[in-house]
Design a protein around this ligand. Structure first.
Ligand code: AKB
Length: 326
């Protein structure tokens, strides 16, 4: 039986990314700034990320760069957020495999060798494919993705579960839907339109969306994303039947409905739809998720629906725009 231990010193990889940047700040609030070490590969961290606690540049595909920071700060928990997303993964499949698989393998091996307390490794709705039932997609279902990103996420889930069962490493992960936020832009994903549309609604009052209006995907607002990640990390291990592959749902809307929800608050906003190569990826993903396993095993419950998210996003971005920060 794997024994639950206490998380004390945390390393976040991909801390400059869309989720990692906000996750790091929340973890620093909870566990103390000095106990949460942020790392990125190349992108300059924001002033807040850099000044609020330790920050290092590492490359997850070069294990020695990770190991150095892990040893220096006696890390016992890793949130491994660094990954290449779906669109860039299709442009550069070899890079996607290298970062997502070899990077993951290094993290898992390091955690195993050092007998770490916990590793949190996000997965994605990209594990599903065209043969998967699209509506209310179950946790256990057909996993035959058509993108390299999806392939690495399926293989990653299996590898993480293997480390749990074979080595007793407490690895946990959730399948993120598209994540919408106003602090850090996402990079290279298929669901990026659901973020860009808000920025353009405030800046230009118009947006050309790269998927069809009827494209319906599962989405989640950042506060729920951070909550789901930390709630799963802190869940009672004895209650978990799944480990690395929890569906987490929050809302599901079409790109057309998203544009309409913005129009309620920005009536002059105009959205046109010009699907490109990303449409095919979106069409291979579910429209909504059955997340009953997450609800039953660790009490998952989202707070934001589309309208609440739209209000919050527009308010935050309008403020940034007024202050010249957009
Ligand atoms: C992407 O679009 O690639 C990501 C994801 C759903 O994992 N946002």
């Amino acid at each position: 039986m794997v024994k639950a231990k206490k998380m004390k010193r945390i390393l976040v990889t991909g801390a400059v990314g869309q989720i990692g940047s906000e996750l790091t700040l929340e973890l620093r609030k909870r566990y103390g700034a000095e106990n949460v070490v942020a790392t990125g590969r190349k992108t300059k961290p924001s002033d807040e990320l850099k000044s609020s606690g330790p920050f290092y540049f590492i490359d997850v595909t070069r294990r020695e760069t990770v190991e150095e920071v892990v040893n220096k700060h006696q890390i016992d928990t890793i949130y491994h957020m660094a990954a290449i997303l779906s669109v860039v993964g299709e442009e550069k499949p070899q890079l996607c495999w290298n970062v997502n698989m070899n990077g993951l393998y290094s993290i898992l091996e390091l955690a195993r060798e050092l007998d770490m307390t916990r590793v949190i490794i996000p997965s994605s709705i990209a594990v599903f494919g065209p043969e998967t039932p699209r509506d209310n997609t179950p946790n256990e279902t057909i996993l035959k993705p058509r993108t390299m990103y999806g392939v690495t996420k399926v293989a990653g889930e299996l590898l993480c579960d293997y480390y749990f069962h074979r080595f007793g490493l407490d690895v946990r992960g959730l399948r993120y839907p598209g994540i919408v936020s106003h602090e850090t832009l996402p990079g290279g994903g298929t669901t990026d339109y659901a973020v860009a549309i808000y920025y353009e609604a405030i800046k230009a009052k118009r947006y050309t969306c790269f998927v069809r209006a009827d494209t319906r995907l599962p989405m989640m607002y950042m506060p729920d994303c951070i909550k789901s990640t930390i709630d799963l990390a802190e869940a009672d291990l004895s209650q978990l039947k799944h480990h690395s592959d929890f569906n987490v749902g929050a809302m599901s809307f079409s790109a057309g409905e998203l544009a309409e929800s913005i129009k309620k608050y920005v009536p002059e906003f105009e959205c046109t739809f010009e699907p490109d190569h990303r449409q095919k990826i979106a069409d291979s993903w579910p429209s909504s998720l059955d997340d009953s396993a997450a609800r039953e095993e660790w009490g998952w419950k989202p707070a934001y629906d589309l309208d609440a998210m739209t209000r919050d996003m527009l308010e935050a971005l309008a403020k940034k725009h007024r202050e010249g920060r957009l």
